[in-house]
Ligand binder design. Structure first.
Ligand SMILES: [Zn+2]
Length: 622
């Protein structure tokens, strides 16, 4: 890996080959590290050092270079402190960024010179990072005159500093310890052959990038937080952060959303990707000050990493998570009946209204960083509108979310001949499977409409065998609920322009969901001895488009971390026997209870006034 000559905050080193004068053939590509262009298109605001309080200490770290530690007030009075380790950049700036986060987090800053190779080499031996952590614990303990342990670690790197981050992440113990990573315009690698740009037939040397891809996957699953920023700088002699970002997105099967947004320090954001706890932000600019902007944006970007909505966190502060993530509640959120259900009467066949509803719902899902799972009913749209389905499904995939099959026609297995029901499952694969295949993925989950799984064990078993044969796993539900009733009544109120009722229904919906969570949390303990990693059933409907954000806050307030359905189903409870056969669509917790011979308990119902409105609507033929 070629060292980066992009240097620190002051005095950016340029490696420029001035073009020769008169030439008959085109000049060879100039090295531009970064572009030598002088420009004033952006403001390039700069932060200044401010007094931070707390205490600064320093000890000799890797390569004999100082590790500059900032310890906030009161950190020494705790048994465990969280730590941000920053690589590359004058110490006061990352320290200021950490101080602004507001909770007691210790900052340690390491500078090892201009090249990423030096950072990588310094941490190739995992003992180097162990010794850094031990040094920080020693300094914080000395500051408080009592033993203090380092808990969660966030690794941040500007420019060449990413070399240290990737070397540290290669050690599985350190990968596990790192809760979060922030890379500020610094995910580079070499070309293969060395110095040969992609346009001239070169490729990226991806060996240096795999640790970041692994961390990104964990972030997408809600287990980590990973924010990557990049500029448009094209160094020429080694791969740009744009090129490595493109590689990473391809590896993850994600796509950018184009945006035009103001960033910190007058930066201009051009693209973004959000999937679970993973975020990539692309910014304009190909000059040295554009590069340095990323470091000066660190206070805002670090707040984003450690902020209130980091997935996998129980509290309101992302960095105060407990040391044992398994102790926290976890839930996978699933949305049935995509592209939409319980739409207002006027929008039943309206593709634009469906697209808009999905856009709004997905905005809320991504804002709360929920690695949600969607279940598609390809026949849901009116026939003449079905051409709109691929675009709607792509919105889900572009948001980094996964999709499963919920049949084409939403038939009920309890009153449909099995052969017809199975043919409908196959028909329901058509568009979804194609769109997944475009991204190198496949359909992996099926969910039974109405959660009906068969009234007799023979039908149930035969259908499960059919699913296995087509490569499906059943997508179970533990938190079943009456959300669909609220959604119908909500749509009805909207149809009439009755805002007061719509608001009351929405408030009652959130209350109902609290009762439902309470019920299934307790039931899980009674039936299996602990709270299972829950799977929540919701629907793609206007009620959730408007109120999923509030629901997400409710779940977080109960201490839930949002996880993918894959992650939830790693809970061994999902291997428990399910021998229930009968007319009811049931939570899997009820099924496990029934299989154990336990008596089934009554779930919370919607309030009578909601039920009354629903019955009235049903009578009018809604
Ligand atoms: Zn359904």
């Amino acid at each position: 890996m070629r060292p980066l000559a992009i240097a620190l905050i002051t005095g950016v080193t340029l490696m420029v080959s001035p073009l020769a004068g008169a030439q008959t053939s085109p000049p060879p590509p100039a090295q531009q590290n970064p572009s030598p262009m002088v420009e004033g298109t952006r403001s390039h605001e700069r932060l200044a050092p401010t007094p931070l309080g707390g205490m600064s200490r320093s000890f000799a770290g890797p390569a004999g270079k100082p590790v500059e530690v900032w310890i906030p007030d009161h950190a020494g009075t705790r048994d465990v402190v969280d730590l941000v380790v920053h690589f590359h950049g004058t110490a006061w700036l990352p320290q200021q960024a950490v101080a602004r986060v507001g909770s007691p987090v210790v900052a340690a800053v390491v500078n090892l010179g201009a090249g990423s190779g030096g950072y990588h080499r310094a941490f190739t031996d995992p003992a180097a990072f162990d010794s850094l952590l031990a040094g920080v614990e020693r300094e914080v303990s000395a500051a408080g005159a009592r033993p203090v342990r380092v808990g969660g670690v966030t690794l941040t790197g500007f420019s060449a500093g990413h070399g240290a981050v990737r070397a540290i992440l290669r050690e599985p113990r350190h990968f596990a310890k790192a809760h979060a990573v922030l890379l500020l315009d610094g995910m580079h690698t070499s070309y293969v052959p060395d110095g040969t740009v992609i346009d001239k037939g070169g490729a990226l040397d991806t060996t240096n990038l795999t640790a970041f891809a692994d961390f990104a996957r964990a972030a997408i699953h809600g287990e980590k937080r990973f924010v990557v920023t990049h500029s448009e700088i094209f160094p020429g002699t080694f791969a740009s952060t744009t090129e490595t970002a493109e590689w990473l997105l391809r590896a993850l099967g994600l796509r950018r959303t184009r945006v035009l947004l103001w960033g910190p320090r007058g930066m201009q954001q051009l693209s973004e990707v959000r999937a679970g706890g993973f975020e990539m932000l692309g910014f304009a600019g190909n000059s040295a000050p554009d590069h340095v902007d990323h470091l000066h944006a660190m206070p805002e970007l670090l707040a984003r990493v450690l902020g209130s909505t980091a997935p996998g966190n129980s509290g309101t502060n992302g960095h105060s998570r407990s040391d044992s993530p398994e102790a926290r509640r976890q839930v996978a959120v699933t949305f049935d009946d995509i592209p939409g259900v319980a739409m207002p009467r006027s929008a039943r066949c309206d593709r634009k209204a469906h697209a808009e509803m999905n856009r709004k719902l997905l905005g809320s899902i991504t804002e709360h960083r929920v690695p949600a799972f969607g279940l598609v009913v390809e026949g849901r749209l009116c026939e003449r509108e079905r051409g709109a389905l691929p675009a709607i499904l792509r919105m889900w995939l572009d948001a980094g979310l996964d999709l499963g099959n919920h049949s084409f026609s939403h038939f009920d297995i309890n009153n449909t001949p099995l052969s017809r029901y199975q043919a409908d499952v196959i028909r329901g694969e058509t568009v979804t499977a194609r769109l997944l295949a475009e991204r190198g993925r496949r359909l992996r989950y099926f969910r039974h409409p109405f959660l009906h799984a068969g009234t007799d064990l023979r039908t149930k078993g035969a259908f499960e065998k059919f699913l296995l044969g087509r490569g499906y796993r059943v997508a179970p539900v533990t938190i079943d609920n009456q959300e669909w009733v609220f959604a119908e009544v909500y749509a009805m109120a909207k149809d009439r322009g009755d805002k007061a009722t719509a608001d009351r229904v929405a408030a009652s919906y959130i209350t109902h969901m609290k009762e439902v969570f309470d019920f299934f949390e307790k039931l899980s303990v009674q039936v299996i001895g602990y709270e299972v990693r829950q799977v929540l059933l919701l629907h793609a409907n206007p009620l959730n488009a408007d109120y999923f954000g509030e629901l997400a806050r409710m779940m977080r307030a109960r201490g839930y971390a949002f996880v993918s359905i894959d992650r939830a189903l790693e809970d061994p409870a999902y291997l428990l026997p399910d021998t229930y056969a009968g007319p009811r669509g049931l939570s899997w917790i009820h099924r496990w209870a029934s299989s154990k011979g336990m008596k089934m308990q009554q779930e919370p119902r919607e309030p009578e006034w909601i039920a009354g409105l629903f019955r009235g609507e049903a009578a009018r033929g809604r």
